[in-house]
Design a protein around this ligand. Sequence first.
Ligand code: 13P
Length: 244
Amino acid sequence: MRKIIIGNWKMNPKTTEEAKKLFRKASEIKTKKSEIIIAPPFIYLPLLKSRKIKLAAQDVFYKQEDAYTGEISPAMLKSLGVNYALVGHSERRMEIGEDDELINKKVKAGLKAGLKIILAVGEKQRDGEEFWKFLKNQIKSDLRGVQKKLAKNLIIAYEPVWAIGTKKPIYPGDLLETAIFIRRTLLDIFGRKIALTVKILYGGSVEPENAREFLETEGISGLLVGNASLDAEKFKKIIKETDK
Ligand code: 13P
C-alpha cells in the first residue's frame, strides 16, 4: 500500500515564483511507494500543475455558492481539479476560532461534493488521561452525521497540537496507542468494515530523521508535514523514507 505524504505549506511561501519553484522540486521527486499531495495557499492552486502530485486545499467552505465573502466552495475546488481539502487544522481551530460544529459542516459538505477530506484532529496537551476523552469527543463531533458510504473519502490526520512546530514529535509507542484509539473511535461511528478503510496519518514535527519510525507504525498510512515540506531537500528525504 502506498503511503500518503502531504506537504502542508500553511501561509508560505511569500511569492508565486517561490511557490512554483518549490512545487517543481517536489514534482521531480521519484517515488514508487508514496502518493505526494501538496496543500498550498488557495491562490497558488491554479498555478501548480503536475501529473505526479495531487493538490489539496488547506480549507473549504460548507456552501456550494451564494453570498459568502471570502469563502471557497467545494465545487470551486473540484472545477479546478483539486480533489482534496484539509479541514479542522489546529491553527484554524485556535487562531481563527473554528469549532467542531463548523468543522462538521465543512466535512459533510466537502464529502458530499465528492472531495476527499483530510480531517485534522489532536489534543492540546498529553498529560493525565483526560486527553483521550477530548480526542474521542472531537472526532465524534467532527464526524457527526457523516454518511457511511462517504467515509471512504475520509482521511484522519492525527496532529497533536503540542507537537506542531515544536521539534517535539510524539513517541512512536504513543502514536501506535493513539492510532488504535482513533480506529476504535471510528469503529463506534461507522462500524467495523468502514472504520478499517479510513486512513490515519500522523503530523507534528516530522523530519527526515524521524519520518521512518512513524511510517513504520502499525495503522499509520502516511504523514502530514508542515515546516519540512518548505525545504525541498528535507521533503525529498522524507518521501525517500517510504521507498526504503
Ligand atoms: P510541522 O511539521 O511544522 O510541525 O507542522 C505540522 C502541521 O501542522 C502539518 O499540518
